[in-house]
Ligand binder design. Sequence first.
Ligand SMILES: NC(=O)c1ccc[n+]([C@@H]2O[C@H](COP(=O)([O-])OP(=O)(O)OC[C@H]3O[C@@H](n4cnc5c(N)ncnc54)[C@H](OP(=O)(O)O)[C@@H]3O)[C@@H](O)[C@H]2O)c1
Length: 279
Amino acid sequence: MVTNESETFDIGGELTVHRLGFGAMRLTGEDIIGEPDDEAHAHSVLERAVELGVDFIDTADSYGPGVSERLIGEALDTEREDLVIATKGGLLRNTDADWLAHGDPDYLRNAQLCSRDRLRMDPIDLYQHHRPDPDTPFEDSIHALAEMKDEGLIRHVGVSNVSVDQLDRARDIVDIATVQNQYNVAHRDDEDVLEACENYGIGFIPWFPLGAGDLGDIDGIGEIAQRHDATPYQIALAWLLGHSDVTLPIPGTSSLDHLEQNVAASAIDLTAEELAQLS
Ligand SMILES: NC(=O)c1ccc[n+]([C@@H]2O[C@H](COP(=O)([O-])OP(=O)(O)OC[C@H]3O[C@@H](n4cnc5c(N)ncnc54)[C@H](OP(=O)(O)O)[C@@H]3O)[C@@H](O)[C@H]2O)c1
């Protein structure tokens, strides 16, 4: 029986989750726009994730837009104390499926209310600023999230797609519980941001933990996978969990088989040499 065997992490010092989570972006229609072909299947992926011991689910209002959050609100008891839902605001979509940063404080406040309704949860466990908007002072966007936290609308504040400098500026305004940046075994441009999170003791949520399904050629990963009777994707997740104590990988899938494989990766312990070989 597959179960989530990853260690736990306390988000914001209080919301305890297993470090291997689930990313719910892939449950929507093509190009992350609209509904999936089979909503019942999308519900069953979410239900199965929780059955397997996943207690940390990441989404955003821009996935669908609205669709991923709605599916989560329909499929799961989002008010359960032992389930942590993280969502994000600050990106608009259009019919060309572009992702447009919009960090206007009034817009963020409105977006949070819509997320709350779709997710059927109040307050929202973790609300993340999706991406700095070049047309809005970053501090103004973060102040909006700080106010929402003060008003009890959200429990914790996270940021996404930030540099160390932006993280520090956000931390000057409000406690930041997590950072969510692109990072995986083959793409480590934000190692400095991960190190900052380690120093501050806050969570680092690597998006594209599986390289969006294409990790490329990674020296030695095939041999390590064979040794553990695993797939290279599972080794990529085990590497993320072993590389740092603050990583919270959120692999995304719309497949029940891949979901089970990803959760099973939490039981793989890479040796120090294997971790070093892939680093
Ligand atoms: N903050 C941001 O700006 C940002 C940006 C992008 C994503 N995210 C978050 O990060 C999460 C993860 O990102 P992601 O889903 O784009 O990328 P990912 O987790 O790196 O990869 C997902 C892709 O890998 C495939 N896959 C999953 N498990 C697999 C397995 N065991 N074996 C083989 N293929 C597998 C999936 O296809 P199948 O469906 O066929 O399994 C899917 O195409 C998202 O759900 C979202 O929550 C955040």
